[in-house]
Ligand binder design. Sequence first.
Ligand code: URA
Ligand code: SF4
Length: 188
Amino acid sequence: MNKEKELEKLHQEIKNCKKCPLWKLRKNTVPGEGPVNAKIMIVGQAPGVQEDKTGRPFCGPTGKLLDKLLKIAKIERKEVFITSPLKCLPQPPINRKPKKEEIKACLPWLKKQIEIIDPKYFILLGEVAFSVFFPREKLGNLRGKLIEKDGKFYFPTYHPAAGLRFPRIKKILEKDFKNLKNQITLNI
Ligand code: URA
Ligand code: SF4
C-alpha cells in the first residue's frame, strides 16, 4: 500500500475511534491534514470548537495566529502536516484541558501518523505536545531551541492559543518563529 492510502486508511480508523469517552460528544474527529511526504509536522494540543465543527485542524482563531507565525518563519502551511495528540474536542466543559487518560488513549494515532509521514522536523506547540516528546524535561528550559533527538529535530514553543490571550506570549511566539526560520529553512 502506498503511503497516501495508508494515511487515508488510518484517518478513517480515527474517524471511527471510541477509545476514550470524547467520541460521544464530538461532531467530527480532527485527524490532521497535510502532505504525506511533509518534512515538518506541527503538533498542537486538541481540536477546538471550530475544528470539531469542520474536522480541520487550526481553522479557528488560533489557526489564524498560527498562519501568521508560519508566514514569519517562511513556511508554507500546505507543505506541513498539522495535527495534535488529541483528535477530538475535550468537553465538557467545552474546550477544557485534555486529561492524561485521554492523551494516553489517543497517542497511538499520532505515533502511527509519525511512522507513515516520517517528518524530519517537529514544531511542538505548548506543554501538551512538548510533554509527549519530552516527558522528563521542562518546556521553559527548551522553548525556542532546535533540539536534535534520535535523528529528528524538535522545536518547542508556546501554544498560539496562549499567544491570543497574552500579548507577552504572542511576542515570544513571533520571536521564536523568526528564529525557527533561520534555523531550518536552509535544511529542509
Ligand atoms: N488548538 C490545537 O491544538 N489544535 C487545533 O486544531 C486548534 C486549536
Ligand atoms: Fe479516539 Fe482520540 Fe477521539 Fe479519544 S480523543 S475518541 S482516543 S480519537
